[in-house]
Design a protein. Structure first.
Lengths: 410, 252
């Protein structure tokens, strides 16, 4: 269902793009002298200007392989890398088993631990001595080591017994505790075969039907933020100084074109390519990483467009101000890198200490990432996002006020 | 009284206390090709840029067709055409699209083919700007600056770096522009160009206009001061030989 809607959105945008293309194509092939067109009003003329710049520059993007790569493929690479990193859910312990015993019980135990059916323990078979295991634990490559002493599984008076030892380093206490409880549960099953006893208190686990956020949901919305940040800031930051160097903006400056017209056409262009690239990310995430989108797609698109345009303002301010790339690169990095690490792009904000969370709430990208997650994976309506929209609106005003003020044509 | 399209009065410009244009005054008649000559750093480009609204005017005034440049920049931009020293156009954009964009910047919708045909670029309509030769780029740049039918057209060193054929073709084009009733102001380092093309020229040096008249009159004045060339001038020069051997037509 959700895939179908995404496809519809992509197809619609592409069809609009085609129509723009065809319209101008037929216009170009008309070989009659200029006809006096229906007179446009002054404001219609101003928006005609914006639309023409938007349409032609949009077509240009699809001819530019480098731009296409950075717009569409680059975020996908990150999606695949981070998606597969956060793919396996739940706890998994990397463990070595050092078996000194030769009893059949020990063999059985090892076979069980190495069996693929159980997910908690991942046995590293290359480690065979305690010394090697200690070294690997010291480097953090192993979480814990299970040692089976030589006496493990030896029968005494017809009844086998044994004690497994769990080794761990000071940094892995939790892992060891988990491992111990897993092993205890396993031994309990074995013990029950030998000692018939009625256990008064037991515990069973039961899954609720409530949907919860997986770590991929956080990873994915973080990557959406990354894509918005990348194209919205690094895009104009690289393109504008280039346009200035080639005298293209200077040339436009000799025409009555206004800065707002130029900005608006740029905003429209980035909104379309940005939304397309995010749509591709959604499609891949749903197809490959089983992302479940529960929110309304239209609301999501509207919200993301707002986010794209707001972040683009930072790029417009930087690129519009810069006379050359070298001047703007350090400033751009100072702005972009804190946002990458503090707004939930690469790891969720709830992992941060509380004071840091409360500060980073107000960074421009935070409400974009949070809002996208709230709509897409938690099914909230855009109307529920008052705080996010409020922060974004304030930033929008501040950012664009600066962008208009510092813009230079050359 | 002659009808003036451009009036410049005591125009001056300072960069960090250095006066690069020192209160110059001149007028350009309607339908005239007016040349500004001078060594590099004389202030030619700065003068043009002030008149074109690209740089703030520090002192004095300029008016185009009676409209003050400093106080009505957007109105001025609507009636001027500008060909900068190095014409820059965005790549991966078809010539037709660039024409459409420039027309749109003036709020106009045009038939780009018509403009491209005017400068013999009709067959390049779907080409990108980066696929053109130097001369083609210059011709394209000129036609792109005329999409809105300006009253006055500024060209900054339009023929620098072009081969003799392309230069001649551009002269013809500039004369055609003038014949359409558009006044032309150009800067150049080529004296032959100024002599052939310009109705009147101003010679600038160190931010000042040191001479202003028709090329003929300036030459006459010099001869009247007793100037003599060291060597008898031949009836032809090397450029004439080159043109004679390679033809007048454009090669690209």
């Amino acid at each position: 269902m959700s895939t179908i809607i995404t496809l519809i959105i992509i197809v619609t945008v592409l069809r609009i793009g085609r129509r723009i293309f065809q319209k101008s194509h037929t216009k170009a092939s008309e070989n009659t002298p200029t006809k006096v067109q229906k007179k446009l009003g002054p404001w219609q003329r101003k928006f005609f200007t914006v639309w023409t710049f938007f349409a032609i520059n949009l077509r240009r993007v699809f001819r530019d392989r480098v731009a296409l790569f950075f717009t569409f493929l680059f975020p996908l690479i990150f999606l695949f890398v981070f998606g597969s990193l956060s793919g396996h859910s739940g706890v998994s312990l990397s463990v070595a088993i050092i078996d000194h015993s030769s009893s059949s019980y020990a063999k059985q135990f090892v076979a069980q631990a190495e069996a693929k059916s159980q997910k908690v323990i991942k046995v590293n078979r290359t480690v065979t001595t305690l010394a090697a295991a200690n070294e690997k634990m010291g480097r953090g490559e192993l979480d814990a080591t299970i040692e089976l002493p030589a006496t493990f599984g030896n029968s005494k008076a017809g009844q086998p017994s044994g004690q497994a030892i769990v080794h761990y380093t000071q940094n892995n206490e939790q892992a060891a505790e988990t491992l111990v409880s897993v092993l205890q549960a396993q031994f309990q099953g074995i013990n029950a075969k030998f000692i018939q006893a009625k256990v008064p208190f037991t515990v069973v686990s039961k899954q609720t039907n409530e949907r919860s956020l997986s770590s991929f949901d956080y990873t994915f919305t973080g990557l959406l933020g990354f894509a918005i940040l990348g194209s919205g800031i690094f895009g104009p930051m690289n393109v504008f100084p280039e346009l200035k160097k080639m005298g293209i903006l200077r040339r436009l400056h000799t025409t009555p074109l206004r800065v707002w017209q130029y900005f608006l056409s740029t905003m429209m262009g980035y909104a379309v390519t940005g939304l397309l690239s995010l749509a591709v990310m959604f499609a891949v995430a749903m197809a490959v990483f089983h992302l479940k989108v529960v929110g309304n797609y239209l609301e999501l698109a509207v919200f993301l467009t707002f986010g794209i345009v707001m972040v683009l303002g930072i790029g417009l301010a930087l690129g519009g101000w810069a006379k050359n790339e070298r001047k703007v690169a350090p400033l751009g990095n100072i702005i972009v890198f804190p946002m990458m690490f503090l707004t939930g792009v690469f790891f969720p904000r709830f992992l941060m200490p509380e004071w840091l969370q409360s500060v980073t709430t107000y960074m421009p990208l935070t409400p974009v990432i949070d809002g996208a997650r709230l709509i897409a994976t938690e099914g909230k309506s855009i109307l529920d996002l008052g705080p996010q929209l409020g922060i974004m609106a304030v930033w929008m005003v501040i950012i664009y006020a600066i962008a208009f003020r510092v813009f230079r044509w050359e | 009284m002659a009808d003036y399209i451009l009036k410049v009065k005591n125009l001056s410009k300072k960069y960090d206390d250095k006066e690069v244009v020192k209160g110059i005054s001149f007028e350009v008649k309607k339908g005239e090709i007016f040349g500004i000559l001078g060594p590099n750093g004389a202030g030619k480009t700065t003068t043009l840029e002030m008149i074109e609204t690209l740089r703030p005017i520090d002192g004095g005034s300029a008016s185009i067709d009676g409209v003050d440049v400093a106080s009505h920049p957007y109105e001025i931009r609507g009636v001027i055409g500008v060909q900068p020293q190095t014409p820059g156009f965005q790549d991966k954009t078809k010539l037709t699209e660039l024409i459409q964009m420039f027309a749109a910047a003036y709020g106009e919708r045009v038939n780009p083919r018509k403009f491209l045909d005017e400068v013999n670029l009709g067959d390049k309509a779907d080409a990108y700007i980066e696929q053109l030769s130097g001369g083609q780029k210059q011709r394209f740049s000129i036609v792109a600056a005329l999409v809105h039918n300006p009253k006055i057209f500024f060209l900054d060193e339009p023929t620098t770096g072009l081969d003799p054929q392309a230069r001649r073709s551009l002269w013809k084009l500039i004369e055609e522009v003038r014949n359409r009733g558009i006044s032309v102001i150009l800067t150049t380092h080529y004296m032959d160009e100024a002599e052939v093309l310009c109705d009147r020229i101003a010679i600038m040096d160190k931010g000042e206009i040191i001479a202003l008249d028709t090329p003929k009159k300036l030459i006459k004045d010099l001869l009247a001061r007793g100037f003599k060339k060291e060597q008898q001038v031949e009836q032809a020069n090397l450029e004439d030989v080159f043109i004679d051997m390679t033809g007048k037509g454009l090669h690209t």
